[in-house]
Design a protein around this ligand. Structure first.
Ligand code: JFZ
Length: 420
């Protein structure tokens, strides 16, 4: 895996998709909400009284829990606090332009009404409400795009799915049959029963053959031509590239990529994982990724009751407040000319370069390289009272004289208006 990019070649962007206009909304969006929810939220990182190390949604595998035991959790799944209106409103307040929710994760339990199995929220849980249907209606009502995560390769509940070698004999599995008779019918349900779907977020392609990846890609594009498919369809066939989890490329990328990331150290809810990233850290990661041509898909793991952890809510709302002031330096931008300089990042839109100052110099004297076009004016976004900042250019070396204290303690954006 090219360490430099953090993107495995097989998860990269399909040749030619770089100029695909179907991605325009996605390139404009930059920031999305990822939601990992399922039966794993019930044990929440503990099994038979013992904490199970690792990401919460992998508890069935990490604890080698037999299917007949694990599937009993479905009878306990009744998230009475689930409120799609609240979840969508949070994403909007955070400045996130699309939502991706786990329709079926590796555990195999489906958060939607599937005709292909009873191991779903309608057939196996007392909840009896189609979680995806309510979310799709609310996304349409509040005008935000919705995508579905679907674990196409790993299914630890299905006898022919990949990954469960503690209940099932790997050598006896009919994986190809599982793809044809289970995965494709379910993908068809997701793209038929829930209105316009913005994207399908496949995952961990593992041993998927090129032919299998391509057949899934074509199925999606046949059912909904505008629906995007992420790079984890495998075999470098995705509409956009998928970076590794929490992986940010070291340099500007020449492909459209997305970094899926956690706010703490788990995707699925674990009650004792309190290793929450700070707001400045999260905003700096958003700026870093966007300055290199990527999207940031930031995750929440709701509880079994259907509540999003308050620590996640607080951080997302704070990011939204920063974007309320600095959003023009993020949405619809492309990488800027100032690259690879500690403490600084840049984005660009038309004749404006946005210089993101992640660590404000103690003397307010900002010195960066890369801006070879003449700067007509420099001003702090959202702080007109600070007025125009004095700046001096020699070649592509730019010096800006700012106030001693950071105008924005999280990250300050200086808009550089370039001479026409
Ligand atoms: C996968 C899932 O296994 C995990 O549960 C979560 O859904 C995450 C978003 O994706 O985890 C991965 C996938 C890829 C890598 C690491 C973890 N990788 O490429 O390094």
């Amino acid at each position: 895996m090219a360490k430099l990019s953090g993107i495995r070649p097989e998860r990269s962007q399909r040749e030619g998709a770089q100029n695909d206009p179907r991605l325009d909304w996605w390139r404009e969006a930059k920031f999305g909400l990822f939601i990992h929810w399922g039966l794993y939220a019930i044990p929440a990182g503990v099994w038979q009284g013992k904490e199970v190390p690792g990401i919460g949604e992998w508890i069935m595998l990490h604890a080698r829990i037999p299917v007949r035991e694990y599937e009993q959790l479905a009878a306990q799944f009744s998230p009475t606090r689930y409120d799609a209106r609240e979840w969508v409103a949070l994403a909007k307040a955070a400045g996130q332009k699309y939502i991706v929710i786990t329709s079926k994760h590796h555990e195999g339990f489906c958060l939607f009404d599937s005709r292909v199995t009873d191991y779903d929220v309608m057939g196996a849980s007392p909840f009896g409400r189609d979680i995806l249907a309510e979310l799709a209606d609310e996304c349409a009502r509040q005008g935000i795009r919705l995508g579905f995560y679907y674990s196409q390769t790993q299914d630890w509940h299905h006898p022919d799915g990949d990954g469960n070698d503690w209940d099932y004999d790997e050598s006896q599995k009919d994986f190809a049959g599982y793809i044809e008779d289970y995965v494709k019918p379910q993908v068809t349900e997701l793209l038929t029963n829930y209105g316009p779907v913005a994207l399908i977020w496949f995952d961990t392609p593992k041993g998927m053959t090129e032919e299998q990846s391509r057949s899934l890609l074509e199925l999606v594009h046949t059912l909904q031509p505008d629906c995007l498919v992420c790079g984890r369809v495998g075999n470098a066939l995705g509409d956009y590239a998928s970076a590794g989890d929490n992986m940010i490329p070291d340099v500007q990328m020449q492909v459209d990529f997305e970094t899926p990331a956690t706010i703490n150290d788990t995707w699925g809810f674990k009650w004792y994982d309190e290793n929450w990233k700070s707001v400045p850290d999260l905003v700096h990661k958003l700026v870093d990724i966007v300055s290199k041509g990527g999207n940031y898909l930031l995750n929440v793991g709701p509880t079994a009751e259907g509540a999003i952890p308050q620590a996640s809510v607080d951080r997302l709302l704070a990011m939204g407040r920063w974007l309320d002031v600095n959003g023009e330096a993020i949405y619809g931008t492309r990488p800027g000319p100032v690259q690879g300089q500690e403490g600084y990042r840049s984005t660009r839109k038309g004749n404006v370069v946005y210089l993101h100052v992640l660590e404000w110099p103690h003397d307010g004297r900002i010195a960066v390289r890369g801006v070879s076009e003449r700067v007509r004016a420099a001003a702090v976004l959202g702080a007109p009272q600070a007025g125009a900042l004095a700046c001096h250019q020699e070649g592509d070396a730019l010096t800006i004289l700012g106030p001693g204290a950071a105008p924005d303690p999280v990250a300050t954006v200086i808009a550089l208006s370039l001479a026409e």
